[in-house]
Write a protein that binds this ligand. Structure first.
Ligand SMILES: [Mn+2]
Length: 440
């Protein structure tokens, strides 16, 4: 724990004292993959110590806060600290989202930004839950893969983990609580199947296109049914070069291209690497089955089987939709680009993957779902754009304050909801705001 700032360690100790003191807890977590990962770490921690828990998944901060038990909020809560401070029971908040507000509180608030740690890059909700878990009991290093899966799901591993996440990986490898293997981030029943369903990473002109894939594999003299992890090194290298070429043609930056292959982290007792674990969590979250994901994280094999099926369906529908966006292109204003998507839960991921693998790199991407009376918006930038001054989270918040919706998030990924008839105005304001941010 030497790596962490002393003030953060102290705060974690106070949280661990609460874990120690009570026998039953309520966990309120975000329903996305990072939130599930945080819940998985905490539930496993509490189970091991024979303590009880009740977990609730929430898409936004709950209106009615359950009473009677100490509460742990994970990956959620930083923008509702006033409400949290008025809760009577003991509360721990483990949330990495940035917030403007500082609130005097007797609750244990663990917000990395307060300790000079970049919550959008270096720690996720899962990471914070893991830090609490090892503070509570050193033997919980075995749970590293669950916490880090949340960081991977929040895209903190793109181009390599950094900061606290990196320290956890290095220490877990030292402690032999993780193993590492190099390879392409492809998986499926055989190499053709893996490429057919490759949506993250997605390969422009290749993913989902059977004829292209067959031609490519024939050229490389690779058996389409060969297992991905058993490709001879030389053939894997050649395949990687061709896949990289597909991304170079779209001007995708080197750190993203590098991320199609690299270290895979494997839990010694779990027949799965972290990359697949977080993608399974994502597939469950996207169809609103976070409970299923939590069940398999807690050891339910039947749940794992169902999660794998969900992921199969999910990947296939994503690849088809990404292919459409790639082939048909999306709409563009001066400084932003956008598309409409029927499925509300899919638009953020589509915007993120499109932005990573094939869309115009100089403009952030907005995915919009029109609902009955409101428009739901997810926006995604690139690391380059953030370095040039893009902050989508504060942009969404400010525009929504003006328009009367609600919005917020990270610099690189954010969301907003506005009345449906204001979507045009939202896009105009966003276009102007992004232009101004990138000009300065
Ligand atoms: Mn998160």
């Amino acid at each position: 724990m030497q790596y962490l700032p002393d003030a953060l360690k102290e705060r974690l100790e106070s949280a661990a004292d609460i874990l120690d003191k009570y026998d039953k807890f309520r966990i309120v977590t975000h329903y996305d993959a990072d939130g599930i990962s945080a819940a998985a770490v905490l539930c496993r921690t509490l189970m091991k110590s024979k303590k009880g828990f009740h977990t609730t998944f929430s898409s936004s901060f709950p209106k009615n806060i359950p009473a009677g038990l100490p509460i742990i909020f994970t990956d959620i809560g930083n923008s509702h600290l006033e409400k949290i401070s008025s809760i009577e029971e003991p509360v721990i908040v483990l949330d990495h989202h940035r917030t403007d507000k500082t609130v005097e509180s007797d609750k244990v608030l663990i917000n990395p930004h307060e300790f000079g740690i970049d919550g959008s890059r270096e720690v996720s909700g899962g990471t914070l839950a893991f830090l609490l878990s090892i503070t509570y009991e050193e033997t919980n290093w075995t749970k590293a893969i669950y916490g880090l899966a949340g960081a991977a799901a929040d895209k903190q591993g793109v181009g390599g983990f950094s900061g606290v996440n990196k320290w956890i990986i290095e220490t877990a490898l030292e402690k032999k609580k993780l193993r590492m293997r190099q390879g392409l981030y492809l998986d499926g029943d055989g190499i053709r199947n893996a490429l057919m369903n490759a949506c993250d990473p997605y390969f422009p002109g290749i993913s989902g296109r059977k004829d292209e894939i067959d031609r490519l594999l024939e050229d490389l003299d690779i058996d389409p049914d060969a297992p991905v992890d058993e490709l001879p090194k030389e053939k894997e290298r050649k395949l990687a070069s061709l896949l990289i070429l597909s991304l170079l043609e779209k001007d995708i930056p080197p750190h993203v291209i590098d991320s199609i292959k690299g270290s895979k982290y494997i839990h010694p007792d779990l027949d799965m690497d972290m990359d697949i674990l977080y993608k399974l969590l994502n597939s469950c979250a996207r169809v609103s089955k976070p409970g299923l994901a939590l069940s398999f994280c807690l050891g339910d094999d039947k749940a794992l089987e169902q999660a794998r099926e969900l992921r199969k369906d999910y990947r296939w529908s994503m690849v088809r939709r990404l292919q459409e966006l790639e082939d048909q292109g999306i709409k563009s204003l001066s400084n932003i680009q956008f598309f409409y998507e029927d499925k509300k839960t899919r638009k953020g991921e589509l915007a993120g993957l499109g932005m990573l693998y094939f869309l115009e790199q100089s403009k952030p991407t907005f995915g919009i779902t029109l609902l009955k009376d409101r428009a739901d918006i997810s926006c995604r930038g690139t690391r380059d754009l953030v370095e040039r001054g893009l902050d989508l989270g504060s942009m969404c918040r400010e525009i929504c304050e003006k328009l009367g919706g609600s919005g917020g998030g990270h610099d690189i990924a954010a969301g907003a909801t506005v009345p449906k008839d204001q979507i045009e105005e939202f896009l105009e304001l966003a276009d102007a705001a992004v232009g101004q941010m990138l000009d300065n």
